[in-house]
Design a binder for this molecule. Structure first.
Ligand SMILES: [Mn+2]
Length: 401
C-alpha cells in the first residue's frame, strides 16, 4: 500500500493524480494545507507499529514537515519504515541530508522543478509508472503554473488549468482529469470546460476593474506599495495592478477574513519574499505572503484604511499624453498641478504648481515615477490640461510684460 500526504494546491493535487495513475486503489491520498501536514504525519507515526502501516510506503510531496516530525520520520526510516519526501521548495533542501529526502529546486537543464514533475520522474525512474506523452503534457502545465514560467511563456493553458482547479472541488477535479490520461493522446479541455474558462475570464476582468478603483498607495519602509483587499485572483491582480502602476514597488493584497497578506511584484529589483519574511512569511522573489500579525495589520490594513484610493490615469486623452517633450500634466487630491517636460535632451523637469523642483530626471518615466510616488498624482484629463495651458500662457505673458 501507499500513502501520499500532499499539498492542497494545483501542484500538490496533481501529485495525487500522478500517484493514482501509478498505484490506482493501492494509494490513499490526503490533501493538506501547509499547517495541516504535520498533524497527519504525527497520526501516521502514532500507528507505525500496526501491520498495515509496516507495508505502507509514505510519500510526502510539495510540503515539508517541522523539526519534530523530521526527527521522528528519520527514526522511523532507520527502523525500516518506508518513507519518501519529494519537494522543490528552497526552504526544504536540507531534507537532502536524509536518504528519504529528495528536494530539487531546479532540473539539471536549469528549468525550475515542481513537486509533480519530481514525483513523475521519480515514479518513472523507479518503474512504478509507465511514461506517457499526455501525462507529461499535464505535468508540464502544472510545472509552468507552479513556477510562474507560464507568465513569461504566456502559456494560457497552464493558467487555465489552475482556474479550472479552483472552480471545482479537489475530488471533482481529479475525477475530471484522470480519464483523459487513459484515452487521449493530447491534453485538451473539453467544450464544457472551455465555456467555464471563458466565463471565468470575464469574471476576473470585471473583478480586476473594480479592484483598480480600490487601490491605495502608501510607503511602508522604503518601498512604495499599492494596497488592495481581495480574497481571490491574487496572481492576476498582482500582475494587472503592478503593470498598470509601474511606479509601485509591489502590490499588497489583504485577505482580512483569512488574516493573510500576499505580496506581488513585477520588478526584478524588488524581492517580496524578503518583505514577507520580515513578517514571518516567505515565498518567491515575485510572489510571497505571510499571516497577518499585529505589526503588519497596523502597517498595511489600519494605516491604509484612512487613505483615499488612487485615481487611475485619464485614459481618453488626445492632448495630454505621456512622454510629450513640450509637457504633460498630472494632478492630485491636493489640487497640485505637476507639469513634466523635457528641457534639453535627457533632462526632464518637474514643475510643482509652476515652481521647478531642483532634481532633473534622465527620462520621462523617472520624472513620472517621482510625481506619482511623492505627490500621489495621476495623468490629468484633457480639460484640466487646456485650463492649465491657458493659465500658464497668462503667467508667461505677465512675465514678459
Ligand atoms: Mn509546488
Amino acid at each position: 500500500m501507499y500513502k501520499l500526504l500532499t499539498h492542497n494546491d494545483l501542484d500538490g493535487v496533481a501529485c495525487g493524480i500522478v500517484a493514482k495513475i501509478a498505484f490506482g486503489d493501492r494509494v490513499d491520498v490526503r490533501y493538506n494545507s501547509v499547517t495541516g501536514l504535520d498533524f497527519q504525519v504525527e497520526r501516521f507515526l502514532e500507528r507505525k507499529d500496526e501491520k498495515q502501516n509496516k507495508d505502507t510506503t509514505l510519500f510526502i510531496t510539495d510540503l515539508s514537515v517541522n523539526e519534530e516530525n523530521e526527527k521522528a520520520l528519520d527514526a522511523y526510516a532507520k527502523e525500516g519504515g518506508l518513507v519518501q519526501l519529494i519537494d522543490h521548495h528552497k526552504t526544504a533542501v536540507h531534507f537532502n541530508d536524509y536518504d528519504w529526502g529528495h528536494v530539487k529546486v531546479e532540473n539539471d537543464d536549469g528549468r525550475l522543478a515542481c513537486a509533480t514533475s519530481l514525483l513523475y520522474e521519480y515514479l518513472v525512474h523507479h518503474q512504478l509508472l509507465e511514461p506517457s506523452a499526455v501525462l507529461e503534457e499535464f505535468v508540464e502545465l502544472v510545472r509552468q503554473y507552479d513556477t510562474w514560467e507560464w507568465e513569461q511563456n504566456d502559456n494560457i493553458k497552464a493558467k487555465q488549468l489552475n482556474d479550472l482547479f479552483y472552480m471545482v472541488s479537489i475530488e471533482e477535479f481529479i475525477e475530471k482529469m484522470i480519464p483523459r490520461f487513459e484515452d487521449k493522446d493530447h491534453f485538451e479541455y473539453d467544450e464544457f470546460e472551455q465555456k467555464l474558462l471563458e466565463m471565468e475570464e470575464d469574471k476576473i476582468e470585471r473583478y480586476i476593474r473594480r479592484k483598480k478603483r480600490e487601490l491605495v498607495q502608501t510607503f511602508v519602509g522604503d518601498y512604495c506599495t499599492g494596497i488592495v483587499h481581495a480574497e481571490s485572483y491574487h496572481s492576476e491582480l498582482g500582475n494587472e495592478l503592478g503593470t498598470a502602476n509601474r511606479h509601485l514597488d509591489y502590490i499588497t493584497i489583504l485577505n482580512m477574513g483569512g488574516k493573510k497578506i500576499s505580496f506581488r511584484t513585477i520588478h526584478d529589483d524588488v524581492d517580496v519574499s524578503a518583505v514577507a519574511g520580515y513578517y514571518g512569511g516567505g515565498g518567491h522573489a515575485k510572489a510571497a505572503g505571510c499571516s497577518m500579525n499585529k505589526e503588519s495589520y497596523e502597517l498595511y490594513a489600519k494605516a491604509a484604511f484612512l487613505i483615499e484610493p488612487m485615481r487611475q490615469d485619464a485614459f481618453r486623452n488626445h492632448y495630454n499624453l505621456k512622454e510629450t517633450p513640450q509637457g504633460t500634466l498630472y494632478e492630485n487630491r491636493n489640487e497640485d498641478r505637476l507639469w513634466i517636460y523635457e528641457e534639453e535632451p535627457e533632462s526632464w523637469v518637474v514643475e510643482l504648481n509652476l515652481e521647478r523642483i531642483k532634481h532633473r530626471f534622465s527620462d520621462f518615466e523617472a520624472a513620472e515615477r517621482y510625481v506619482k510616488r511623492h505627490h500621489f498624482a495621476w495623468l490629468a484629463r484633457d480639460e484640466h490640461y487646456v485650463d492649465y495651458l491657458r493659465k500658464f500662457m497668462m503667467k508667461k505673458k505677465k512675465g514678459t510684460d
